[in-house]
Design a protein around this ligand. Structure first.
Ligand code: G6P
Length: 610
């Protein structure tokens, strides 16, 4: 949520900052801004709107070799030109870009106003600019001024500070919101996400919470926020694996469709080296639990938000089926706020693509405080949730840019199938059943290719139903989390109102809403509940409701108004296939309605605030 970039070196900073912001725009896109030092003065350009609007506003005459930039998803103050970052002090000496939330902002703003400072914006960030300027007295290193300011700040931040009186450095700090330094040849980059750096360098330094860094073109120092070691320390860089191309669209028209199409390959990566034919089980070295410890788990609980929560529901169904361990999923936000009973024999699984979602991170911290056993299922290596958990399963989906999660969700479900298989095989799942699942998983990537090959038919169905104002998504047991995720996708990207219901619950109320204007998408796996699902379709049809069946089964001809078929997989694994046509359905409804596919209104890719 929100993107940060910074540059210091020999190049023209403006294009570097704009390009960095473009690659981070998926993290927030309601306003954007940048500040550079030009002829010893701060030059700030900012605007409500997209990075392109900012690009249009920046004067061509602005040349600089140092600067900072920001793309915003509003929290404090509405999205407008004034509230856009960077924020400056009254003299225009200091500029700050910031991600996160300052919790005592009100108090800090009041104290500044009391001292006669005039605040220009409604933001928490502006207070920091004034406070740093007040601390940056003659002879005080900028890093010390930042450090002193941050000691009075409660909340989360990733921030970069630019000072006209110290034009050869940027000061960077982190607490809860990611910051990474990119190391070039006599030039340095700063960003909230490696996406903005990979085109320039693979050598990066991730800051930890409560760390601060001073960055010069040719060097950097890192230190704890509490105190600086004499001379400064220097964290060793790591090499990022991602390629610049992983973040580019290539021949695709948007990231959502690109990432839908990356699923077979992403799934192959998630399975690589993890399926063990010989012992008919899975190998998940990262969870670091031996057979005895795995056997002592009495319950599994998946915690996540949005699509990660629905993926957790898929995981809970798989775990109960394959391992016969009571399992469920809960939104991480509910969990953290309800003073949960933490059971030492429960395995908690924190599920998150970004590894940054605040509610999930807080749930993990609550669990750790109470001695709970928690592992992460995260996509972004080095992210806060991954580090907080210490152990877990990496999703290996590759960078996911579109706000709507697709390939990460598929890899979450696949990782939970692996975990369920592992837990099952240390218990009562027979070797023969284990072999069946291992073979079924090996077949999945190829089957996903087949699902994607049916895009044209799905597009046709989407066109037929794009005029609907509301839609139901119906599923039962294995199909239920699939229906929930399908409804979520449609809402997020097309803004069509969608609700998911368990098939049997329909008759207890929602059936009253069925008429010819209310299409229902019914998920029908080819399993022992198939005939029950067919009855559900008949009930809907009897009330005049149009039905789109998404199925691996052979349904009676004419039963549904439209049928989207997926190949038959091992029954437990079918949710992974059934989910994908629903992604394409949501996508094509949104295209038909002319929506902004990668940047749906009011949403952000990772929500690092409450
Ligand atoms: C946001 C995104 C969703 C995502 C959720 C959880 O709400 O818009 O697409 O599912 O966050 O994100 P995470 O990174 O924790 O998986």
């Amino acid at each position: 949520m929100c993107g940060i970039v910074g540059y210091i070196g020999r190049r023209d900073a403006v294009p570097v900052l704009l390009e960095g912001l473009r690659s981070l725009e998926y993290r927030g896109y309601d306003s954007a801004g940048l500040a550079v030092i030009y002829r010893n003065r701060l030059q700030v350009t900012k605007t409500a709107g997209r990075v392109q609007d900012l690009r249009d506003r920046v004067s061509e005459r602005t040349k600089a070799t140092v600067g900072i930039g920001h793309t915003r998803w509003a929290t404090h103050g509405e999205p407008n030109d004034i509230n856009a970052h960077p924020h400056t002090d009254a003299e225009g000496r200091i500029a700050v870009v910031h991600n996160g939330i300052i919790e005592n902002a009100e108090q800090l703003r009041d104290a500044l106003t009391g001292r006669g400072v005039k605040l220009a914006s409604d933001t928490d960030t502006e207070a920091l600019a004034h406070m740093i300027a007040a601390e940056a007295t003659e002879g005080t290193p900028l890093e010390d001024a930042v450090r002193r300011t941050l000691r009075r700040v409660d909340g989360t931040y990733g921030l970069v500070v630019l000072d006209t009186q110290n034009p050869n450095e940027l000061v960077v700090a982190r607490n809860g919101s990611p910051i990474v330094l990119g190391i070039g040849e006599s030039e340095m980059f700063v960003a909230s996400d490696v996406a903005a750096l990979v085109r320039y360098t693979k050598q990066v330094v991730y800051l930890d919470d409560a760390e601060v860094a001073t960055v010069h073109a040719a060097d950097y120092t890192t230190a704890s926020l509490d105190e600086r070691e004499p001379g400064g320390a220097r964290k060793t860089p790591t090499t990022v694996e991602a390629e610049a191309g992983d973040y580019e669209l290539g021949s695709f028209e948007n990231y959502m469709r690109k990432e839908i199409y990356e699923q077979p390959e992403a799934l192959r990566r998630a399975l690589r080296g993890r399926l063990d034919e010989r012992f008919a089980t899975a190998k998940l070295g990262g969870i670091d639990l031996d057979a005895r410890q795995l056997r002592s788990i009495r319950q599994v609980k998946f915690l996540g938000c949005g699509s990660a929560y629905y993926a957790g529901q898929m995981g809970a169904v798989l775990t109960e089926e394959l391992a016969r361990i009571p399992s469920d999923a809960e939104p991480a936000s509910e969990f953290r706020y309800r003073n949960p009973v933490v059971d030492p024999d429960t395995l908690y699984v924190a599920v998150s693509q970004s590894g940054e979602t605040l509610d999930t991170l807080m749930a993990v911290q609550e669990l750790r405080r109470k001695g709970g056993q928690v592992i992460g299922a995260v996509n972004v290596v080095g992210s806060a949730i991954g580090r907080e958990c210490g152990h877990g399963v990496f999703l290996h989906a590759g960078p996911e840019i579109a706000v709507c999660s697709t390939k990460a969700l598929t890899n979450m479900a696949a990782s939970f199938a692996l975990l369920a298989l592992l837990l099952g095989r240390v218990r009562d799942l027979s070797a023969a059943s284990g072999q069946r699942i291992v073979a079924g998983m090996r077949a999945l990537p190829g089957q996903l290719d087949e699902v994607l090959a049916a895009e044209e038919e799905i597009t046709e169905v989407a066109r037929r139903f794009a005029g609907a104002e509301h839609m139901f998504f119906i599923g039962r047991v294995r199909g239920w989390p699939v229906a929930r995720e399908g409804a979520q996708k449609l809402k997020e990207v097309s803004y069509v109102h969608a609700e998911a219901y368990q098939a049997a619950e329909l008759k207890h109320g929602p059936l009253a809403l069925i008429d010819s204007s209310m299409p229902s998408v019914v998920v029908v796996p080819a399993d022992d509940l198939q005939s029950k699902n067919i009855s559900t379709i008949e009930q809907i049809k009897a009330r005049g409701g149009p039905v789109i069946a998404v199925t691996s089964a052979d349904l009676p001809t004419g039963l549904a108004d439209a049928v989207i078929r997926v190949p038959r997989a091992e029954p437990e694994l079918e949710p992974l296939l059934l989910n994908v046509p629903l992604q394409l359905l949501a996508y094509h409804v949104a295209v038909k309605l002319g929506r902004d596919i990668d940047k749906p209104r009011n949403l952000a890719k990772s929500v690092t605030v409450e």
